[in-house]
Design a binder for this molecule. Structure first.
Ligand SMILES: Cc1cc2nc3c(=O)[nH]c(=O)nc-3n(C[C@H](O)[C@H](O)[C@H](O)COP(=O)(O)OP(=O)(O)OC[C@H]3O[C@@H](n4cnc5c(N)ncnc54)[C@H](O)[C@@H]3O)c2cc1C
Length: 409
């Protein structure tokens, strides 16, 4: 069976839904949205811990890496995420750190707004259709799942990356792009926990602490992020660790994370403070020295990493040298990085379709009539709403340009 479309969008995730809304707004022909899962937008429901951090008030190119030149080509009609969602009836609000959420704080509201928008624009949505092959024949494309075909004048690949495959995208979009002549850069799981020595985090598993985390590559500080760090099973996680994960992934075997778990205090201030605690608690066991400054278990893990002393030793017996060693570990607690967690725990893919092969309109420079949007492109943002912002912006731009290219024929 063959169906005919003017514009076919492969993947009904965040960017594909935005592309469908923009294409249908600019064009009265057939816009077909193709999704391999039984329903559209599954990943959106899991974003922002179910609240969907859909954008950020402090958008700038330095929040992104990869093909950042593509940020310049965004459609002028895409004013902001607030404007885009306002036009489809979703109210949004921002928190004190600039993260933008739906007013309801429910990711389902974002998906509902997008679903209603494509429905009322009469976008033809086809679910349970996994695109296996795209062939360009003369001026049109044939898209197939092996059983039935869809022909289209324009194709937008919005199939996502490799991250969180249980939510739909498993990297097959890259294969579709490669079969059409595109190059895919090296792919890494990003915004993901970093694996370290299991023994170093065993005692503090399940705990969180605020910290400044530095990525040390070949002994030199390469990047720094502040926030909450979580100790999990053989790994460090939390937003600040996620934001360092793409750079860490490229430097496995030569990088470490250094945690400063008393970021508000200098080493000297810390030493003076702990000297006074040592005096006050001189008869109490040294396993309690850091209680009050740090969670008890984290304090004990620091003591263990810093000095070889029994926790039953009275605090008063800790020497100045040992105290300064404890301060050193609090300000620079090192964790060798053994790898990045696998794709199942990653939020995004670092790498993707080379930006050199994509025009500012998001049309391919290799195959005319083919467009890309979203995570499949080699452009990645920090945590905080920047990746969904790219999905809406790039989806809107690809959808609008694909539609206008047909209208202008
Ligand atoms: C747990 C989690 C939480 C996140 N939270 C946030 C957040 O709060 N804020 C933020 O900015 N970013 C967040 N992200 C990242 C964000 O979700 C992605 O950047 C964004 O969804 C990418 O959109 P996309 O449309 O490119 O890809 P996706 O949303 O992955 O959509 C791709 C779609 O294509 C479909 N598909 C794939 N291959 C085919 C095929 N061959 N045929 C048909 N259909 C196909 C898939 O099933 C999927 O529905 C989070 C990610 C995860 C995993």
């Amino acid at each position: 069976m063959t169906q005919n479309a003017d514009i076919a969008i492969i993947g009904a995730g965040a960017s594909g839904l935005a592309a469908a809304v923009a294409a249908a707004k600019n064009f009265c022909g057939n816009v077909t949205l193709i999704e391999k899962l039984p329903r559209v937008g599954k990943k959106i429901l899991s974003t922002g811990n179910g609240r969907c951090n859909l954008s950020n008030t402090s958008l700038s190119a330095d929040r992104y890496s990869g093909a950042t030149q593509l940020l310049n080509g965004i459609s002028e009609d895409y004013v902001s995420a607030e404007h885009f969602f306002g036009e489809i009836g979703l109210a949004v609000k921002s928190d004190s750190e600039g993260r933008i959420y739906p007013h309801s704080m429910a990711a389902s509201s974002v998906l509902d707004a997008l679903r209603f928008a494509v429905l009322s624009a009469e976008v033809n949505t086809i679910c349970d259709f996994e695109v296996k092959k795209i062939i360009k024949k003369n001026n049109s494309f044939v898209i197939t799942n092996g059983e039935s075909d869809i022909t289209a004048k324009r194709v937008i690949i919005a199939a996502g990356g490799c991250a969180a495959p249980s939510l739909g995208s498993d990297g097959n979009g890259y294969e579709l792009a490669k079969s059409l002549g595109h190059t895919v850069t090296r792919l890494y799981p990003a915004l993901a926990p970093l694996r370290t020595d299991v023994n170093l985090v065993k005692a503090v598993k399940g705990l969180r602490t605020s910290a400044t985390a530095s990525l040390i590559i070949n002994g030199e500080k390469a990047a720094e992020q502040s926030g909450e760090v979580q100790f999990s099973d053989g790994a460090l996680s939390g937003i600040c660790i996620f934001n360092l994960s793409a750079m860490a992934a490229e430097n496995i075997g030569k990088c470490e994370i250094s945690l400063d778990i008393a970021p508000g205090l200098s080493k000297k201030e810390l030493f003076i403070m702990l000297s006074s605690v040592r005096e006050v608690r001189k008869d109490i066991t040294c396993g309690e020295l850091l209680t009050g400054l740090l969670h008890k278990r984290i304090g004990q893990a620091v003591m263990k990493a810093a000095i070889d002393i029994s926790f039953n030793t009275p605090c008063g017996e800790i020497t100045d040298r040992q105290l300064s060693q404890i301060c050193r570990i609090i300000k620079d607690w090192r964790f060798p990085i053994k790898g990045v967690s696998d794709w199942s725990l990653a939020q995004i893919t670092s790498g993707g379709i080379s930006g050199n092969e994509i025009k500012g309109t998001l049309e391919s420079k290799i195959v005319s009539g083919l467009y890309f949007c979203g995570e499949i492109i080699d452009l990645q943002g920090l945590c905080g709403g920047y990746n969904l912002e790219w999905a809406w912006r790039s989806g809107f731009t690809a959808g609008q340009n694909a539609a206008l290219s047909i209208v202008g024929e």
